[in-house]
Write a protein that binds this ligand. Structure first.
Ligand SMILES: *Cc1c(COP(=O)(O)O)cnc(C)c1O
Length: 370
């Protein structure tokens, strides 16, 4: 798609390399590293990120859905790719593109076994996901016997790994709950070793798990947000570098008189003489309405400029009264010193949502100075 608007998402692969090495340095040298590149690599550019992770020496990649993995295969990615949440409709595609499913329920295991048998697969690598308290996806601990029964009928599938996912690894106030999840996973590891064929490897930790529970790293970790530069904690954020920087430019400046209104539905009433800047970025680009009325703050020449009124579909207005500027000047939405986490928090959400919401109409500019 031709990119014709002044809003650009810069993707800094040097920052990615820094974050990868930083995260790896917190792990044992033999622990494998899976880079999570779902949701277009957290809204950045999944192919560019996957290529860089491949060259940095990552062991695995993960996506949420089959199509995301197919896109990476078609882009030439050779690393093993775990599909975290395969759906019944894409299982054939998954096999033909050598993607590896996380099997999370009796239904999806049966369907996948059927599909793999129909395609005469032998030892097709699969991963088993167990629920240890997140209560989102996964087999229960007492499903191991049932799984054993299913897999006994030939060698169509081979269990490559066994995983679970922590619900609150970022919240040390929930350490006791997390420890119970870790204990639950430890029991599952024991049962799997005893009852299931092959010698799968085990993994539990996401980014915050790497920082807060490194003793539970088992054979591999799965990191997403940390690779992109955010650690769910101010101290960890300082160690990481944001990969994405979202910038735009002032389309037009307006001088507003006291009592005038700005934007749809009179979202802002000017209390005095004000200068406003209109930017070519709106909720169709990924800046939700929730950021309106001062909850979101952008930066112009390093100074904070709050959003005024309602965010429109293709435009946003900010207050630049006290910042000398001209039409065409650059405005930073987030990135560099201006944390996406801070912007997101101002609107009551989290960096994950803000980052993954940047739409495809925003041009990506890939930089690699590593
Ligand atoms: C998204 C996801 C991750 C990555 O989590 P981060 O907090 O971004 O590191 C890891 N594991 C699973 C199962 C996920 O769905």
């Amino acid at each position: 798609m031709p990119q014709s608007h002044d809003t650009v998402l810069e993707v800094d692969l040097g920052a990615l390399a820094h974050n990868y090495r930083l995260l790896r340095s917190r792990l044992l040298p033999e622990t494998r590293f899976l880079g999570v590149v779902k949701a277009y690599a957290y809204g950045s550019d999944s192919l560019a990120i996957a290529k860089k992770l491949e060259s940095l020496g990552a062991d695995y990649l993960a996506v949420a859905f089959t199509d995301e993995g197919v896109f990476l295969r078609e882009g030439g990615i050779r690393l093993p790719i775990l599909v975290l949440h395969p759906q019944p409709s894409g299982l054939g595609d998954l096999i033909t593109h050598c993607l590896e499913p996380s099997l999370y329920s009796p239904r999806i295991l049966r369907l996948f076994l059927q599909e793999a048998k129909a395609r005469k697969q032998k030892d097709f690598p699969v991963h088993l996901k167990f629920n240890t308290g997140l209560n989102r996806l996964g087999f229960w601990e007492n499903d191991v016997d049932w799984i054993q029964g299913q897999l006994d009928t030939g060698n169509t599938l081979s269990i490559r790994s066994v995983l679970s996912h922590l619900a609150a690894s970022d919240d040390l106030g929930e350490a006791e709950f997390t420890r119970r999840q870790i204990d639950g996973f430890t029991r599952i590891v024991g049962e799997v070793r005893e009852k299931l064929p092959g010698s799968p490897f085990f993994h539990l930790l996401n980014t915050s798990g790497i920082f807060n529970y490194p003793d539970a790293q088992w054979d591999m970790v799965r990191s997403g947000i940390g690779l992109y530069g955010y650690g769910n904690d101010q101290e960890y954020d300082k160690l990481l570098r944001p990969v994405a920087r979202l910038r735009t430019r002032i389309s037009q400046l307006h001088k507003i008189e006291p009592g005038e209104w700005v934007g749809y539905n009179k979202g802002f009433e000017s209390p005095g003489y004000r200068t406003t800047a209109t930017l070519p970025i709106g909720h169709a680009d990924g800046i939700g309405r929730i950021y309106g009325k001062g909850r979101g703050i952008f930066h112009l020449h390093g100074k904070p400029a709050p959003i005024i009124g309602n965010v429109c579909m293709d435009m946003t207005m900010i207050d630049v009264t006290d910042i000398p500027c001209r039409e065409g000047d650059e405005v930073v939405v987030y990135g560099g010193p201006h944390s996406a986490e801070v912007l997101a928090r101002g609107a009551g959400t989290i960096s994950y949502e803000l980052l993954t919401g940047i739409s495809r109409r925003v041009a990506r500019e890939i930089r690699d100075e590593s």
